[in-house]
Each structure stands twice: as C-alpha cells, then as structure tokens.
Design a protein. Sequence first.
Length: 360
Amino acid sequence: MEPFKNILLAPGPVKVLPEILEAQAQEMFTHRSKEFSALYTDLVERLKKYYQSEEAYVITGSGALGIECLIANLCLPNEKMICFPNGEFGEKFIETAKVYTNVVEHRIDDGRGWNFERAKKHIDEANAQVLGMVYNETSYGVRNDVKDICKYAKSKGMLVIIDGVSAWPGTPFNFKEFAVDGFVTGSQKGIGAPPGMAMIGLSKEAVERYSEREKIPSYYLNLKRHQKIYQKDGQTPNTPAISLFWALQKAFDVMDRNGGLQGAVKRHMELSAHIRERLIELGFGLIAEKGFESYTVTGFYADSPEKAKNIKDRLAKEYKIKIVGSRGKFKDNGLRIANMSNVTKEELDKCLDAIEKIMK
C-alpha cells in the first residue's frame, strides 16, 4: 500500500495499519458457513479472555449501538439508573438510557472527573438499581476513576454498565477487578480497526438478567438471539460485516504481537504523558482536571478561539496533520490530540513540533 498521506490524530476513526486494512480484502463467503463460524468464534473467545467476562459479542454497528444493546437488555422500564455525566458522551449515554428506563443524573463541571468520593453520596441517596457511566469522556480527554465507583455500586446490589468506547484497550480494565456487568468499546478507537463494530462484554449476573427476561424491547439487539445462535453454530443472528470482522481479527493479532493488553495500556499511558508534557512546555492549559487525564486523548486550550482555529487549520493545510476541537465551554478555544491505537511517538512529535512552529 501507499504510505499514509496524512497523520490522523483524531479520537476515532483512527489510523488503521496497512495489514489491518488489507485483511478486509479477502474473498467473500457466506456468514452461514464453517469459515465464518471459525472467524467469529475466534473473535468472541479472545474478547472474553481480554475482558475476563462471562460472555462477549461483536455486533455490527457503532459503539453507540453497543451501549444501547446493554441498556435495552439489562434495564427494566420501572427501574432507576443513576448516571454521572461529565461531557458530551455522558449526555448521549443518558439520552439512550431514558428510552428504556428512569434516569437520575448528577453532573460535574466541564473538564472535571468523577471518583468514588464525589459519587458515593449520590449513590447512597439514589435508591437506584443500575449505575451507568462513561469511563473515558472523549469530548474533553477526561478519565473518570470508575473502578471504586463500580465496586461500591455493586456492593449496594446494583448492576453496572460502563461505556468504555474510547478507553479500551489503552486504559486498565477487566470485569473481575472492576465489578462491571456490561462493558462496550468501539472498533474505531483504541484497538485500531475500521469503524462499524461494537464489542460488548457481560458478567455472569448480566447474562442471568437478560436470559430471565420475558420480553426485551429490541429485535436486532436482543441478546437472547445472539446467545442462542452463537452457542449453537458460532454465528450471529443478523448479517455481520464480515470484512470488518477480518480486520478486527488482525487488529487483535497486532495487539497480541505488541505486548497484549498490558503493552497497550503502557504505550497509551506513556504517549499521553509525553503529549501533556510537551503541551505544558508550549504554554497551553490542559482541559482535564489533574489526576483525571485520559490515556487516549488529550484536551488542551489556546488563549483565544482565533489561535485554536489557526493551529487546527494550519496543521491540516500545511502539515497534513488532523486534530479536532473540543466541546462544552472549550468548544471555541479547545483542541484535542488523540494517541489511540497504533499512533507512534514520531507522529505525535511531528504534530507537537508543528504546533510549536505555528505558535512562533
């Protein structure tokens, strides 16, 4: 393949390596075949191992579809879910949840993160049956400290659903240590595959929950259908995006080759720390509250909207480097640099060096 024409540092879709792109270009076969069963079984069993979950599925659709799948299967209309939004994707989580259940919302200022101390009182007072929140708030580059929040909610008898779309595999997570019942990530983020796949995981309690329900308010997302045909034939209940599944399999191969989950977390942590250090040296302020910095995307802000626009536009036009703006109160002067997936330090330094030249 030709070399990349641009450096893509947006928080999804991300740069996709040539070997992952090329994996899609195989001869097509029917999804009702032994060949597909072998492919899908490999994806599911590896995902279960990565997550340390009871069940896992890859569903054709975006990460948002995966979030809706978990909520539709695990939440009842007469129950209550407590949510802790702190950005655009936390708000989208809530809007999805409201379609299926009742929601209690507690917000925090733009750029700040949630931890156990901030969430405990709200959990104690909520009388909720479910906790739902975002692990890594992409809109600002804020990593919520969800582990202790999840464990406390579980100790109170609650089901726990986590949006890990922009967190995994660049941020520590597994079902056993985090006491989570439903988790989802998207293929176009940290795993470095093309867009179009939601990777969901479920705990034993979550599996029992949806299995015992008489009616689940979705046909496409009904996990009883997914479970039944996977256990019987290793297949999906609806036509899967086979080419994308091939790409995901190769993306798993690349991650395993480069140190597995532990290697992915270490690489993302080191690169994000490097970005923050360089930006501070250049005189920028960081959006994320100290101690809540994302490992996969860094939000920062310029002195004025004009400076932010100039940086973003000149990076794209003169240097062929793509970064994106921010949200909320930082939507005019905020910018974000993502280091998700297979981004290299050399690519990040090209971006940061170019910003330094633009500033001068």
